[in-house]
Design a protein around this ligand. Structure first.
Ligand SMILES: O=C(O)CCC(=O)C(=O)O
Ligand SMILES: [Fe+2]
Length: 267
């Protein structure tokens, strides 16, 4: 991954978030954009924060089919040309990481090919400004609440520290900022496919003493993939631990409830 491409994506992201709110909400995410686009401060609800997640967010990626709003998917990428180039490179990296995972699981090279025909990969661009938690009356000091990603895996770059990943012993590990490296962790779908043999990484973002940007690439299967424990991981001693999960409709209904189910002007 060219270091300059990541650096320039950080710069482009910073420039976007410095724009007035009135300009940013032109790109609001919602059902009509398949949740690509902008999520203003506090728009994304959380079970553990009073006011929601303490950051502004933006998602780019490809849509499944035409957008209901009639806007082209590209509309949502307009402020993010360089990030779109990074996204394309990330999909290539993602395919390589995924091939290595499949090999490591001894599942055979093509076993996932049917799930990856029109993948819902996404690049997330998050902005955590000092004071955002207080602005939305959060009563906890971390900026993003603990969660696992709806993804096969996530590749992350951060310009300042903040990301924490939970160790199996329950302690939180601070992920260091390494300018020439990317950080990768497993998402929910691998845990489901392997029936719990591989664990997804519970993660959160701690308090931010300085303004911070993170760029996360989420590698995902096709829109309507049903993710369920795979045969090699299920036997009499290991019955299926997870119900089948539809990565399109179930994920989007989850997101719709997290975002309040509307495209209304943000607070
Ligand atoms: O900002 C970060 O480092 C993590 C963001 C995150 O976990 C997410 O957007 O899913
Ligand atoms: Fe996450």
């Amino acid at each position: 991954m060219p270091v300059e491409l990541v650096a320039s994506a950080f710069e482009e992201t910073r420039n976007f978030y410095l724009r007035p709110l009135g300009e940013k909400i032109e790109f609001n995410a919602g059902v009509g954009s398949q949740f690509l686009g902008y999520r203003s401060l506090g728009r994304e609800k959380s079970t553990s924060h009073m006011g929601g997640e303490a950051c502004e967010q933006y998602r780019i990626g490809r849509t499944a089919g035409a957008l209901a709003s009639g806007r082209s998917a590209d509309f949502y990428h307009e402020p993010f040309r360089r990030c779109a180039a990074l996204f394309e490179r990330m999909t290539v990296l993602g395919d390589r990481i995924f091939s290595a995972c499949v090999e490591g699981l001894a599942l055979g090279g093509d076993s996932f090919a049917p799930y990856m025909k029109s993948p819902m990969h996404r690049l997330g661009l998050n902005y955590y400004k000092v004071g955002y938690g207080a602005e939305i009356a959060n009563t906890v000091d971390y900026a993003m609440s603990p969660h696992v990603d709806h993804a096969i895996f996530t590749v992350i770059a951060q310009d300042k520290p903040g990301l924490e990943v939970q160790d199996p012993d329950g302690s939180w590990i601070h992920v260091p900022v390494t300018p020439d490296a990317l950080f990768v962790f497993l998402g929910d779908y691998v845990q489901r496919w392997t029936n719990g043999a591989y664990r997804s990484a519970l993660h959160r973002v701690g308090p931010v003493p300085v303004d911070r940007i993170s760029i996360q690439y989420k590698h995902r299967p096709s829109y309507s993939t049903v993710v369920a424990p795979l045969d090699p991981f299920v036997d009499e001693e290991n019955p299926p631990r997870y119900d089948p999960f539809d990565t399109g409709s179930l994920y989007e209904s989850l997101l719709e409830s997290l975002l309040g189910g509307t495209e209304a002007a943000p607070r």
